[in-house]
Design a protein around this ligand. Structure first.
Ligand code: CA
Length: 651
């Protein structure tokens, strides 16, 4: 009789667990932990309703675990997030800043709505960026409507975006149309990067929203059950490499630290930290640059490494990261201060998007906290009020192939960043040899940028335009994209009163592009381009200017900017063959989905057989007046600008 009674209790218990969505979560938690005694007792007698209530009390009063990245006693709601939160109440969801105003996803939310077939718009919907805004709005106003909106919307999302990995395994076999739609949706909603984004943000949201009366015991078990599924999905599906893997590892480590009650938590933590420790050695070159060669993802990687370090330190686990990890992050920051222009932006090489001064100051201040001993970081964080300026001017990052030529560290300085490195990955572009040039507050040769990432044919075509080699400040054969990206450094140093960098890239089958840049007397630039090899076709140099209306002299292959503030440059190209200057289509995209027209020019000539083509470009400040001439004779570049004459030895 007793046995029968017990089995009946167990049946009822399992029925009740099954009846409560997420009721399975009690099996995923280690209920032997301190403070969970009442939950354990309730589960033991099959009372999951009471167990859920006890679990909610436990989390509402839990102490001792620090969530870094947000000060819960000083939550602020900036205007843009206030707008996001209020729009979200009407199901207008902030998915991407490139698609504003936000789209309406329906009274009955359609999580598959995809008004523009840009993959980012579909992926990032599932990052739920407006949820954190709802949480901050709730925290700062105390208005329950924000908490209710989040709970309703997240529950709706869980209902409509199930994860059924068995369908992935069947992929390619016969699936019904409905299953195919599910698989398509899962490829967006459950891409590990998106899952990791939710994993991270939900910690803050949880910490705030748990105090709302709308956050019921039933919702808690559902939330936790789903959370565990998120972490488990990442653990089984880490990205192969790159920034995605770093994001996923850091976020899984956070999950492990914040929710130690989960049976899997230790494994999440160990795996997350293990991956970061291993990948920092693999993804960061000896010179400090992250191997995707994109300054945006480079800075994101710094943040990832530091975030993990801060969270681990705040929870007594700083030892999880060796000194070499910390030293590497410090080297990564040195790359940033070298390639950042005085206005806070960096060259838009690859897929990088523009940043501004405030954003960069904020970063440097955070970095100063992490590296209080570093005098240079202090100098950049304080705009020169503390610390010390770097002791050097021009600087080379030889492994990653970034070369910075400069005459100072302030807004009035001249500064050029040349890119000529090894092959990289998806965010890199076929642009070796390209550069940006800043002078006295103006970026004269900004990179085209990237405009969009990926999507249907229309979106893809927009991306392809901005990726083309010919829209970069470098050399092409027949206007085609370079076939190989693998620049080698030939020379870096100072000679003939010039800082000199010389690199060679095997750009095409039968054509090597050697580019030598002389930054003469900290004042003007001489660029010598040599196209060598047996390839035939039309060789052309390309230069894209900042938006302006320059004075052009096609016959002389020269141009001059005419800014009223007097900060101008003159550019003239000389070639060892008859060369034609042509006006080209030019666009500049400083941020996602924004673009401005700008003047662009090519300087082309035919290359017959083995004969090398040589170009000399002189870029002089407007203040240097008089006619410009340049020629290359027996390894010496002879340049004259007005009455000033120079002889530069080729390295
Ligand atoms: Ca570019």
């Amino acid at each position: 009789m007793k046995t029968l009674f017990l089995s009946l209790t167990l049946i009822v218990a399992s029925l009740s667990a099954a009846a409560m969505p997420g009721g399975d979560v009690f099996r995923k938690l280690n209920l032997d932990g301190k403070g969970l005694e009442k939950v354990k007792t309730a589960v033991a007698v099959g009372d999951t309703t009471r167990a859920a209530g006890e679990l909610l009390s436990y989390y509402r009063s839990r102490k001792g675990i620090v969530l870094t990245g947000i000060d819960l006693d000083r939550v602020k709601l900036p205007d843009d997030e206030r707008m996001m939160a209020d729009e979200a109440l009407d199901h207008r969801f902030f998915v991407h800043y490139g698609y504003q105003p936000s789209f309406f996803y329906g009274d009955d939310i359609d999580w598959t709505y995809w008004p523009v077939k840009d993959n980012e718009l579909r992926w990032q919907l599932h990052r739920h960026k407006w949820f954190i805004a709802l949480a901050k709005a709730y925290k700062t106003t105390g208005d329950e409507k924000y908490a209710k909106a989040w709970i309703e919307q997240y529950a709706d999302w869980m209902d409509k975006n199930p994860l059924d990995t068995t369908l992935f395994r069947k992929h390619g076999k016969l699936l019904t149309a409905e299953q195919q739609a599910l698989v398509e949706n899962m490829s967006f909603a459950w891409r590990p990067l998106e899952v990791s984004h939710r994993l991270q943000e939900q910690l803050t949201i949880f910490a705030i929203m748990i105090n709302s009366p709308a956050f019921t015991p039933e919702f808690l078990v559902r939330f936790l059950d789903e959370y565990e599924m998120h972490a488990g999905h990442i653990m089984r599906n880490f990205s192969a490499q790159g920034n995605h893997l770093l994001f996923e590892a850091q976020r899984v480590a956070f999950a492990g630290i914040y929710f130690p009650e989960f049976r899997g938590a230790r494994e999440w933590l160990q795996q997350g930290i293990g991956i970061l420790n291993e990948q920092i050695g693999r993804q960061v070159y000896a010179d400090g640059m992250q191997f995707e060669l994109d300054f945006g993802y480079h800075m994101a990687s710094i943040e990832i490494f530091l975030k993990a370090l801060r969270m681990a330190s705040a929870n007594g686990m700083r030892d999880a990261f060796p000194p070499s990890y910390i030293a590497t992050v410090e080297r990564m920051i040195e790359v940033v201060w070298n390639v950042t222009f005085p206005d806070g932006s960096q060259p838009l090489f690859g897929d990088h998007k523009t940043t501004d001064k405030n954003e960069m100051l904020k970063k440097f201040r955070t970095w100063e906290q992490a590296f209080p001993e570093n005098r240079q970081i202090a100098w950049f964080a304080s705009e020169g009020k503390r610390g010390e300026r770097p002791a050097y001017l021009s600087h080379a990052f030889k492994t990653s192939g970034f070369y910075i030529l400069r005459n100072g560290w302030n807004a009035a300085s001249t500064m050029m960043v040349v890119k000529a490195g090894p092959p990289a990955f998806w965010h890199n572009q076929p642009d070796n040899g390209t550069f940006e040039l800043w002078r006295k507050g103006r970026n004269f040769f900004p990179d085209s940028g990237c405009y969009v990432y990926s999507g249907d044919d229309k979106v893809q075509a927009e991306r392809e335009w901005f990726r083309q080699t010919r829209v970069h400040n470098t050399l092409t054969l027949d206007g085609a994209d370079i076939e190989r990206t693998d620049s080698k450094l030939l020379y870096w140093g100072h000679s003939c009163k010039a800082d000199v960098v010389s690199t060679a890239n095997p750009s095409y089958l039968g054509l090597t592009h050697t580019r030598t840049v002389f930054f003469v007397e900290g004042e003007f630039l001489v660029i010598v381009d040599r196209a060598e090899g047996d390839a035939t076709g039309k060789v052309a140099l390309h230069y894209g200017l900042c938006p302006c209306e320059p004075k052009i002299d096609l016959a002389d292959a020269s141009l001059e900017t005419l800014f009223a503030d007097g900060n101008n440059i003159r550019l003239q190209v000389f070639c060892n063959r008859p060369c034609t200057m042509t006006s080209e289509e030019g666009w500049l995209s400083p941020s996602y989905r924004s673009k401005t027209e700008r003047p662009a020019f090519s300087f082309g000539c035919p290359k017959p057989g083995n004969a090398p083509v040589e170009f000399i470009t002189v870029i002089a400040p407007g203040e240097m007046s008089g006619s410009i001439s340049a020629s290359l004779v027996s390894g010496k570049v002879k340049v004259s600008i007005g009455r000033r004459k120079y002889e530069l030895a080729m390295p």
